[in-house]
Design a protein around this ligand. Sequence first.
Ligand SMILES: [Zn+2]
Length: 138
Amino acid sequence: MSSSRVPAFADVDSTAFWEALGEHRLVLQRCGANGHVRFPPMPACPVCADTEFDTVAVDGGGVVYSRVRVHRALSPAMANETPYTVAAVDLDAGPRVFARVEPDAAIGDRVQPTFVDHADWTELRFRPELDQSTGDQS
Ligand SMILES: [Zn+2]
């Protein structure tokens, strides 16, 4: 491990992902055979099973595919966090990822990645894109 920002729950496939989050960057694996961009990190392409891949930086955000508003904490550690939103976000780069969205966003809203530093790891979150037509956040 080259970074102290890699959480204990990371494995050999996800270490690069967590290291990048620690640098406030989002990276994904891109298959070396067919170019399929995948998430979560895994040892082989889910489309063609090729094991060669590049780690590519993702610029740009995505669209909220689905969401839930959490009102009841799942653990005492989250008691002061409710209510919050967890969304499935379809990234422009291809994969669907799951993360919190702060502030809340609706299905179909565009969102951009943000990075929240915890004691020894960094969490991927999303925030709504500013609506250029009204100046409001949707
Ligand atoms: Zn592939």
